[in-house]
Design a protein around this ligand. Structure first.
Ligand code: SAM
Length: 389
């Protein structure tokens, strides 16, 4: 039995919850029990997403915190979300399990069980048991997604974090191909491509079990990406959902890009604008990455919760809300201006011009200088050239 008194403890508070863990010098996977203060925003958003999901389902929900660490997610979910039944916190580390138990007691909570299993094994042993599965591993979630697909129940919620952004964004191509069976490309919108690769991989992995995804919310923040997926069942439905997979073809010479749906369809190889060879990224998810109704309910729900990151969180959620139904990829104004060898006009002026000409044009959470629009690149270039600098 591990004696917790042997450790110098650090106490933190997130939301309505108090958590203790052994003090450490540097945030790393070598910490005796992992805790990352920079992930508070991620956890706060999860509280709103799971509460919104619970209200939509209108029933008591059971939650699995698959990679518990200090237990902060499982403990917060039970403590701060209404309508939660049983919470199962799992971690492969015995020391983590001891602190998870300690933190359950510290917050006077019932109906939380602690487990020590390999994550995949735990999911295999508990098929169909959870309404929400939270997957928050070190690095990539890829090795655990097959078991998540096996375990996930109809109409459940999967919350997935990936911190291997260098692979997903294409800084290193091979790890992305190995882990996500998809070719990345490091363009100015590579964070969006990465998030779409992650969603596409989830869709393909779950399809083996005749399960499909609906993306409720997705975001790329600092060093991680996060997806909230509603899981549906049925082979016909899954076949239909897989039509959202496809490729992005990009021209690094003139920044032209196009998308092509279908994982076995042929893609354009030559840029129609400048004749250069196009580079392909994919397969990836070309379907919706944000669900407007769900996000707006999350925003409303934020009034009912005490969340330390509320300001930042609302900024992000509002941006994701605006992005729903927008086309894949965005234009980075500075990249276009560099190419045109002109200084950048004010972003708002570009938006005004696009809207005047009846194009869809919104900002994006991926990049403060990004424009998501259905206007062709040639039109954006023309507008940039004519505007005062
Ligand atoms: C990123 S931390 C979890 C952080 C936690 N969810 C939070 O929000 O603070 C990952 C945790 O997974 C555990 N872990 C690593 N490999 C595992 C595996 N194969 N199965 C289950 N747990 C594992 C580690 O012990 C570590 O506590």
């Amino acid at each position: 039995m591990i004696n917790l008194q042997e450790y110098k403890l650090k106490t933190i508070e997130e939301g309505l919850t108090k958590i203790e863990f052994p003090e450490f010098d540097k945030i790393s996977s070598d910490a005796p029990v992992f805790y990352n203060p920079h992930m508070e925003l991620n956890r706060d958003i999860s509280i709103l997403a799971i509460q919104t999901f619970q209200k939509e389902e209108n029933r008591q929900i059971d939650i699995c915190d698959l990679f518990g660490g200090s237990g902060i997610r499982g403990v917060r979910y039970k403590n701060e979300i209404n309508g939660v039944g049983q919470v199962s916190i799992n971690d492969i580390s015995e020391l983590a399990n001891n602190f998870e138990k300690h933190n359950v007691e510290l917050n006077n909570l019932k109906d939380i069980e602690i487990y020590q299993h390999d994550a995949s094994m735990f999911l295999r042993l508990n098929r169909g048991k959870f309404d929400v599965i939270d997957i928050d591993p070190f690095g990539t979630p890829s090795p655990f997604l097959d078991s998540a697909g096996y375990c996930a129940r109809r109409d459940s919620l999967l919350c997935i974090t990936a911190t291997d952004t260098s692979a997903l964004c294409g800084t290193y191509k091979e790890p992305c191909i190995r882990k996500y069976n998809s070719k990345p490309y490091k363009s100015e919108y590579c964070h969006e491509t990465g998030l779409r690769i992650l969603a596409g991989f989830c869709a393909l992995t779950l399809s083996k079990y005749a399960k499909c995804i609906e993306v409720l919310l997705s975001h790329s923040t600092e060093h991680y990406m996060r997806l909230y997926l509603r899981i549906k069942k049925g082979s016909k439905r899954t076949d239909e959902a897989l039509k959202n997979l496809g490729y992005i073809s990009h021209c690094k010479n003139c920044l032209y890009r196009e998308t092509k749906q279908g994982i076995a369809s042929s893609t354009t190889n030559i840029c129609p604008e400048c004749g250069e060879k196009l580079i392909q990224a994919g397969p990836l998810w070309l379907g919706d990455m944000q669900n407007k109704q769900f996000i707006s309910k999350m925003i409303e729900e934020s009034d009912n919760k005490k969340l330390n990151s509320k300001k930042e969180l609302l900024k992000l959620l509002n941006s994701c809300y605006i992005e729903s139904k927008s086309p894949a990829t965005f234009y980075d104004v500075h990249s276009i201006c560099r190419l045109l060898k002109v200084s950048a006009p004010k972003l708002d002026l570009i938006f005004n011009e696009l809207k005047k000409e009846k194009y869809f044009a919104v900002k994006t959470h991926f990049n403060p200088l990004g424009i998501k629009t259905n206007a062709p690149l040639s039109k954006i270039k023309k507008i940039i050239l004519k505007l005062p600098k």
